[in-house]
Design a protein around this ligand. Structure first.
Ligand code: FES
Ligand code: FES
Length: 159
């Protein structure tokens, strides 16, 4: 018996129609059905933030949403965001500040930091740490990530 359901959504600007199992998470759908592997899977419990993606403009945990919940929605992954150049300056700041090592957390960090930068022109280090507190990094100790976000905010302020 076919227990899949049809979903229609937009992913990184492209219309997608798929039949999926109702229990499939959004991040698994993106990774396994669409081969968009930039969104990572760490805890699968909504804790680490590695699976962060945007749904209708809001950053969400891809492991906590079912793909069927995104029927009719606009989903953006790090692949789409990077291709749009929206994150170019932030990515460069990450490189300059050595804000990534293994890179596992980086897509989620970038999406969360972009969300903060869209809301706050000049976030303080404390605000940045607060905004990124739901994104875990095993490698960097966070100082460099905060510095990269600060660098980007300052540069955007001069633009
Ligand atoms: S894998 Fe989704 S929050 Fe960790
Ligand atoms: S750079 Fe390795 S987890 Fe953050």
């Amino acid at each position: 018996m076919d227990d899949t359901v049809a979903v229609s959504l937009t992913v990184n600007g492209t219309a997608v129609r798929h039949r999926i199992e109702p229990r499939q998470s959004l991040v698994d759908f993106l990774r396994y059905e669409l081969e968009l592997t930039g969104s990572h899977v760490g805890c699968e419990h909504g804790v680490c933030g590695a699976c962060s993606v945007r749904v209708d403009g809001a950053v969400v945990r891809g492991c906590l949403m079912l793909a069927v919940q995104c029927d009719g929605s606009r989903v953006e992954t790090i692949e789409g965001v990077a291709a749009s150049d929206e994150a170019r300056d932030l990515q460069q700041a990450f490189a300059i500040e050595n804000a990534l090592q293994c890179g596992f957390c980086t897509p989620g960090m970038l999406l969360t930091a972009l969300d903060l930068l869209a809301r706050r022109l000049d976030p303080s280090p404390e605000e940045i740490r607060g905004a990124l507190s739901g994104n875990y990094c095993r490698c960097t100790g966070y100082h460099a990530i905060v510095a990269a976000v600060r660098r980007t905010a300052k540069a955007r302020g001069r633009a």
